[in-house]
Design a protein around this ligand. Structure first.
Ligand SMILES: [Zn+2]
Length: 301
C-alpha cells in the first residue's frame, strides 16, 4: 500500500515520527470512556488503536507532507529529538529517525517551503527546530512557519500559569517556537488563512485556543487535516469523548462535531495527527452520530 495519495492537484505523503503502544490506559487517555464503549468497537480498534489484552491505547505522531502548486508543505512537526519535557516523559529526549523518514519521502529540510503548526503543543512543533551545538535552530531554514496567533499568545511562557496544561507544555515555546520567531520565519494568522488555491487554514478552537485545521479542496476532492480534533479512533464512533489534553472540553467537542459534519456531508478524507493504523479515514452519518466509512489507503503503521 502506498504512503502517498493524490487528491485533485495535491499529493499527500504520510511521514511517521513514531507509532507505538502508549503508556496510557483507555480511561486515562479518554477520561470517562467506558469499557463497554471500547468493547463495542473492538473490531474497529484492536489491534491498531487499542490492545484489548492490556487495555493500553496506541498512538502515532506523524506529519502530513503536501505538494501543492509547486511547494512542499509540512503539516505538524511531531515531538522532535532531544527535547526536555518534564511532565511529558514519552516526548522527552526522543531520538527518532524522523528526518530519515522525511528523506525517504523525497524531502530534505531545505526543500520545505511552508510549515503549518495546527496548534502549539509540544508534539506538533517539535521538529520546528533541531539542536545545533547548544542552540535550537530552525530545522527548515527556507520555510515560512504558519502559527495560529491565539496559541502564540496563550502558550507564551509569561501566560503558562493561566493555562490548564501549562506545565505540560513547559520549555516548548522556548525551544520550538521562539527560535523560529527570532529567525524571522514565522507568520501568525487568525480567523482564516488562504495557503493557495487548494488549501486554507480554518480555526477549530477547543483543544487549544488556536487549534486549527487545513481544508483541501481540489478537482472535486476534499480533505481535512484535523490536527488534534481527535486523538483516537474510538472518537469516530463516540465523538463525545475527549482526550485528557483539551484546554476547553466543550469547545473541543463542538469543533470535532463541526468537522465531522463537514467531512460526512462533503465526503472529505479526515487526516488527524495521531491516528495509528491507516492514519486517516472517511466518515458517514449514522443515526444521530457518525460511523467509519473506510480507512484511507495508507499502509498500516
Ligand atoms: Zn497532539
Amino acid at each position: 500500500m502506498p504512503t502517498t495519495l493524490r487528491l485533485g492537484d495535491v499529493e499527500i505523503t504520510r511521514v511517521i515520527e513514531f507509532s507505538d503502544i502508549s503508556p496510557m490506559t483507555t480511561d486515562v487517555f479518554f477520561p470517562g470512556s467506558k469499557p463497554e464503549e471500547w468493547q463495542r468497537h473492538a473490531a474497529l480498534l484492536d489491534p491498531d488503536h487499542w490492545d484489548a489484552r492490556t487495555g493500553l491505547t496506541r498512538v502515532a505522531t506523524q506529519s502530513w507532507v503536501l505538494r501543492s502548486e509547486g511547494r512542499v508543505i509540512v503539516i505538524d512537526t511531531g515531538a522532535g529529538n532531544g527535547k526536555y519535557r518534564p511532565l511529558q516523559p514519552i516526548w522527552s529526549y526522543l531520538d527518532t529517525n524522523y528526518l530519515d523518514n522525511l528523506a525517504a519521502a523525497g524531502v530534505r529540510p531545505e526543500d520545505v517551503d511552508l510549515v503549518v503548526n495546527t496548534h502549539l503543543h509540544d508534539d506538533h512543533v517539535g521538529w520546528n527546530t533541531r539542536l545545533d551545538g547548544r542552540d535550537w535552530v530552525p530545522t527548515f531554514p527556507n520555510a515560512t512557519y504558519l502559527m495560529p496567533r491565539p496559541d502564540v499568545t496563550y502558550w507564551h511562557p509569561d501566560h503558562l500559569h493561566r493555562t490548564r496544561f501549562g506545565r505540560g507544555n513547559q520549555n516548548v515555546y522556548e525551544d520550538s517556537v521562539q527560535p523560529v520567531i527570532d529567525a524571522g520565519l514565522v507568520t501568525t494568522w487568525h480567523d482564516s488563512y488562504v495557503i493557495d488555491a487548494n488549501l486554507r487554514l480554518e480555526p477549530a478552537p477547543g483543544h487549544t485556543p488556536g487549534s486549527s485545521v487545513v481544508h483541501l479542496e481540489s478537482g472535486g476532492d476534499r480533505a481535512v487535516f484535523a490536527g488534534d480534533l481527535l486523538h483516537g479512533a474510538i472518537q469516530i464512533h463516540e465523538p463525545h469523548l475527549n482526550s485528557c489534553f483539551e484546554e476547553d472540553e466543550d469547545g473541543a467537542r463542538a469543533s470535532r462535531a463541526r468537522m465531522y459534519a463537514y467531512a460526512a456531508d462533503h465526503n472529505a478524507l479526515v487526516l488527524p495527527a495521531h491516528l495509528p493504523g491507516h492514519g486517516a479515514f472517511e466518515i458517514r452519518r449514522e443515526g444521530s452520530g457518525f460511523a467509519l466509512s473506510r480507512w484511507a489507503p495508507f499502509s498500516r503503521s
